[in-house]
Design a protein around this ligand. Structure first.
Ligand SMILES: Nc1ncnc2c1ncn2[C@@H]1O[C@H](COP(=O)(O)OP(=O)(O)OP(=O)(O)O)[C@@H](O)[C@H]1O
Ligand SMILES: [Mg+2]
Length: 395
């Protein structure tokens, strides 16, 4: 009797929790932007007013990681596309993610595709490409809203494209408007000629989400993605509390996704606090690109030395061995040597930023240096690329 009941229990199908997981994907554009209604309304109005008069409009959209920049920009694009003709022309939004290795040319190739023109990857100068681009727009008269996401490295590389796009409004048959999106304020990096298009009313900075906002965002998304009743308010609040220090909605949604998976894997029919904890433990800690960007060259060098040493050696390394590795690295890079004091101070700074841990600290040379935050191989690639680029830039 007891045995048959147990057998019965094991075959009872567990109700799924994630019914529409795709709605938790970062590329999903949510139908409603919680707590960003004002910003969306304002930018929507500004674009419509300008374009209605036949004038392009440009916006610099900034905010921390997961503050909803991409979501806001994409939502704006969709809403403007649906909003009807402006000054006689329809609007089309063209989204390009410029993350890493982006150059004016690769971005331009993407943009050409959005106006249904394809060019071979070589042999054309940027201004030739721009001519072809404008011809493409003339063939299908329209306002083009170009959304350049993660535009930091593009703009820091002294892009000419931004200038050309902000100036090419004499297309006659429509206009080209820009939204530049980045975690940092790009205004200082724009050349003086482009800056005129990004005056104070053309800059929008998104504040980090607070805990209450994160709860609302999570609740709205859980409603779309999860079976009704499978995620209660307490769990949402727990996730929001974890994500609140950075105000990062992306991290919050990743946690929700991870917790729901953990619950499904455990055969539970609802997400519980322990599933959230499990998800938090297994998610890669997010050392953001902007955090790495903020590090000094000294710090980057020491981090790279750690990550190279750990890649070979495992869990931790003595600061003495690390210093030997670091000196070799500096030599390899042709950089000046670093004094013991500076080296030690840099290590302490990295410890303070939570990037490394020092054990038996105090006696200097005998400390064990560890880094659990990131896989060494990943960091190594990232940092070598950055240092390489930094040197190339200076040279
Ligand atoms: N106000 C909001 N309402 C609903 N969902 C939101 C809101 N803000 C952000 N999200 C969601 O949170 C996630 C992260 O947002 P988004 O990708 O827009 O952040 P971001 O600022 O572009 O971050 P990053 O700097 O890392 O690119 C996305 O899944 C997005 O849909
Ligand atoms: Mg983004």
């Amino acid at each position: 009797m007891a045995r048959s009941r147990a057998a019965k229990r094991t075959v009872t199908p567990v109700a799924r929790i994630l019914l529409k997981e795709e709605t938790l994907d970062p590329s999903f554009v949510p139908p409603r932007l919680v707590r960003r209604e004002k910003e969306l309304e304002l930018t929507f109005r500004r674009y419509r007013e300008a374009l209605g008069k036949g004038l392009p409009y440009h916006l610099l959209l900034t905010g921390g990681v997961g503050s909803g920049k991409t979501a806001l920009a994409r939502r704006l694009g969709v809403d403007l596309e649906r909003g009807g003709r402006l000054g006689g022309f329809p609007l089309k939004a063209a989204y390009v993610n410029c993350w890493r290795r982006a150059s004016d040319r690769t971005v331009m190739l993407d943009l050409l595709r959005t106006v249904n023109v394809s060019l071979p990857d070589r042999g054309y100068s940027l201004s030739e490409m721009l001519d072809v681009f404008e011809q493409g727009i003339r063939r299908q008269p329209q306002h083009l809203l170009v959304l350049l996401d993660e535009a930091s490295s593009l703009v820091r590389q002294e892009t000419k494209l931004v200038y050309l796009l902000t100036r090419s409004h004499e297309v006659e048959l429509g206009s080209i408007s820009l939204v530049l999106i980045a975690t940092e304020d790009l205004f200082p990096y724009l050349d003086p000629a482009s800056r005129s298009g990004f005056g104070v009313t053309h800059r929008l900075s998104l504040a980090p989400y607070d805990r209450a906002a994160l709860v609302e965002i999570l609740a709205a998304r859980a409603e779309l993605a999860c079976r009704p009743g499978s995620v209660d308010r307490e769990v949402l609040d727990q996730i929001a509390r974890i994500a609140a220090p950075n105000g990062d909605a992306r991290f919050a949604l990743e946690l929700l996704n991870g917790a729901a998976h953990a619950a499904e894997d455990a055969g539970a029919d609802a997400v519980l606090a322990e599933h959230v904890r499990r998800a938090k433990g297994s998610l890669l800690p997010t050392v953001s690109e902007s955090q790495l960007e903020a590090l000094s060259t000294n710090q980057l060098g020491v981090l790279l030395a750690i990550s190279r040493t750990l890649k070979r050696r495992g869990g931790s390394v003595t600061s003495q061995k690390l210093r030997v590795g670091h000196s070799a690295l500096l030599e390899e890079l042709g950089a000046p040597t670093m004094s013991r004091t500076t080296f030690w101070r840099t290590l302490k700074e990295l410890e303070r930023d939570g990037l490394v841990t020092l054990e038996n600290a105090g006696t200097g040379e005998s400390s064990q240096v560890a880094m659990d935050e990131l896989p060494a191989s990943y960091l190594s690639t990232l940092l070598e690329e950055r240092l390489g680029r930094g040197r190339a830039g200076k040279g």
